[in-house]
Design a binder for this molecule. Structure first.
Ligand code: PLP
Length: 460
C-alpha cells in the first residue's frame, strides 16, 4: 500500500503526482504536461537527493527556510520527545504548556528593543494576517477605528492569504484573484530622499510619505516592509532607509511592521534583518527560519507596551487564534533550531559568507557580459541579466533568460530561483546558514557554467 515503503516505482509516482496533486506556485498546465520537476526523497546538510539518487545543492534553503540544513538528528530527537510527551494541546482559554512559554521567553531575549511578546501561527502569511488584524484592533480600542490602511512596498512579498496577498506588491500574486482586500496601498520602494521629506523628488507622491500625506495620517494603521526584500528579487534598501521609515512612522503615530519571515533568525548575518540598521519596529513577523522548516511555525512579536495597552484597553476576549497557535511540537522544534543556530554561530557564518558570495558574483560579472547588479547581505544574494548591461537593456520576456539559467543549473544539480519582474531577469540564491566557503565556490562554478551555455545560445 505505502508506495514510499515498497521499492519505489518512479514512473508510478510521477503519474500519481500528475493525477492527484495540485502543486503550490507551479504552472498547473506544465505539471499536467511534464509531471513533477523533481521528486526528492532525502536531505542532508545543504544537499537534497532525488529518487534517481541525484544529489542537488539546495541553493535556496528550499524556500529560504531550511537554515540549519537538512537531516539534523537533534531536531528529530527534540520533535520526537515532545510528540511523545505532549504532541498537541490548545492555547485557547489561556491554556499553556512549557515549550510555548520557553520559546516566547527565548524570542524576547533575542529580539531588539521591547519586542518581547509573541503570538504564534503556522507560517508567514498567518503571521502577517495576524499583524494586520491585531493592529486594526489596537487602533479601534484606542478610539481610532478609522486607522485601517496598511501601506506596503512595491516588490514586497507578504504571503498568500487574503490580507497578506493584498499587502504584497508583486503583480502576479495580486492578479491571482479578482478582488483583494480593501485598504492596502503600495508605495514605491526605497525612495530614501522622499521619506526624508524631499518634496521636489518626482517620486514623492508614490513614496510612503507621499501616500500618508495624500490619504491622511489618521487613516493609516501601519506600514509593512521586509528589511531586505526576498521573493521580490533580494532587494537591499539603501542605508538610512529603514531608519527613515521608522522616523516617518513615529512622526505620524503609525505602527511599523517588519516582515522578517525570510530575514529573521540569521539570514542577513544579523539575528534579525532590522539589526543591520539598528531599527526597532513595533511588530515583527517571523516564520521559516524559526524552525528551519522542520515543523511549520510562525510568530508575531509585538512591543511589550502594545500588549500592555491592549490589556489596559479591554478585558474582552482577543478573538483571534489558530488551532495550531503555539503548537507544542512546533515550539519544541523552534527551541532546538534556535539552540543550533546559536551554538554553531550560524549568524556569524552568514555574515562571513556574504563576502564569499560577493566575490563569486564579481567573478561572474567579470566573466559573463550579461551579469550586472550583483548584491548580497549575509547568505542571500542576487544578480541580474541584461541584453546590454551598460545601458540596462533587458532581454525580451519571451527569451526566458533567467528561467533558462535556472534550468541549466538544475541540469548541474544546483537549485536556485529565477525572479521575473517587469522585464528584469534576476537569479537569487539563499543557501542554508551552514554553507561554507567551498560550497559557495561550487555554487558559483555551476552558475558560471549555466551562464556560459545560455549566453552562447543567446549570441547564436
Ligand atoms: N513574508 C515573507 C517575507 C515571505 O518571504 C513569505 C514566504 O515566502 C511569507 C511572508 C509567507 O510565508 P508563508 O509562505 O509561510 O505563509
Amino acid at each position: 500500500e505505502n508506495i514510499i515503503e515498497e521499492k519505489v516505482d518512479i514512473q508510478k509516482l510521477k503519474s500519481l503526482d500528475k493525477k492527484y496533486y495540485l502543486h503550490p506556485t507551479t504552472s498547473i498546465h506544465q505539471q499536467q504536461e511534464n509531471g513533477p520537476t523533481v521528486i526528492f526523497k532525502e536531505g542532508q546538510g545543504i544537499y537534497l537527493t532525488d529518487v534517481y539518487d541525484d544529489v542537488y545543492i539546495d541553493g535556496l534553503s528550499s524556500l529560504w527556510n531550511v537554515n540549519i540544513g537538512h537531516g539534523r538528528q537533534e531536531m528529530v530527537d527534540a520533535v520526537s520527545t515532545q510528540m511523545g510527551r505532549l504532541a498537541y494541546s490548545s492555547s485557547f482559554q489561556g491554556f499553556s504548556h512549557d515549550p510555548v512559554i520557553c520559546l516566547s521567553q527565548k524570542i524576547a531575549t533575542m529580539t531588539p528593543g521591547d519586542l518581547n511578546v509573541s503570538f504564534f501561527t503556522s507560517g508567514g502569511s498567518e503571521s502577517n494576517e495576524t499583524a494586520f488584524k491585531l493592529i486594526r484592533n489596537y487602533w479601534k480600542l484606542k478610539g481610532e477605528a478609522e486607522r485601517t490602511k496598511i501601506i506596503g512596498l512595491n516588490r514586497g512579498y507578504h504571503g498568500i492569504t487574503m490580507g497578506a496577498t493584498s499587502a504584497t506588491g508583486i503583480a502576479q500574486f495580486q492578479n491571482m484573484s479578482t478582488a483583494n482586500a480593501p485598504d492596502f496601498l503600495h508605495a514605491k520602494a526605497f525612495q530614501l530622499d522622499c521619506e526624508l521629506g524631499d518634496k521636489s523628488n518626482p517620486n514623492y507622491r508614490e513614496s510612503i510619505r507621499g501616500i500618508i500625506e495624500k490619504e491622511g495620517a489618521d487613516t493609516i494603521a501601519a506600514v509593512i516592509l521586509e528589511p531586505v526584500q526576498g521573493a521580490g528579487g533580494i532587494n537591499i534598501p539603501p542605508d538610512g532607509y529603514l531608519q527613515a521609515v521608522r522616523q516617518l512612522c513615529d512622526e505620524y503615530g503609525i505602527l511599523m511592521i517588519a516582515d522578517e519571515v525570510i530575514t529573521g533568525f540569521g539570514r542577513t548575518g544579523e539575528m534579525f534583518g532590522v539589526n543591520n540598521w539598528g531599527v526597532v519596529p513595533d511588530v515583527l513577523t517571523v516564520a521559516k527560519g524559526i524552525t528551519s522548516g522542520y515543523i511549520q511555525l510562525g510568530a508575531v512579536i509585538i512591543r511589550e507596551t502594545i500588549r500592555d495597552e491592549l490589556a489596559e484597553l479591554s478585558s474582552d476576549i482577543f478573538f483571534h487564534g489558530f488551532t495550531y497557535s503555539g503548537h507544542p511540537t512546533a515550539c519544541a522544534a523552534a527551541l532546538k533550531n534556535i539552540e543550533i543556530v546559536e551554538n554553531e554561530n550560524l549568524v556569524v557564518n552568514a555574515k562571513n559568507m556574504e563576502a564569499e558570495i560577493l566575490k563569486g558574483f564579481k567573478y561572474l560579472e567579470s566573466k559573463h557580459p550579461t551579469v550586472s547588479k550583483i548584491r548580497a547581505i549575509g547568505l542571500m544574494g542576487a544578480f541580474e541579466l541584461f541584453a546590454d548591461r551598460a545601458n540596462e537593456v533587458p532581454f525580451e520576456p519571451s527569451q526566458m533568460v533567467a528561467q533558462k539559467v535556472v534550468q541549466e543549473c538544475m541540469k548541474r544539480k544546483l537549485i536556485v530561483r529565477p525572479v521575473i519582474f517587469e522585464g528584469s531577469n534576476i537569479i537569487t540564491i539563499a543557501p542554508p546558514l551552514i554553507t561554507n566557503k567551498e560550497q559557495i565556490g561550487t555554487i558559483i562554478e555551476i552558475l558560471s557554467e549555466a551562464l556560459t551555455v545560455v549566453e552562447k545560445e543567446l549570441i547564436r
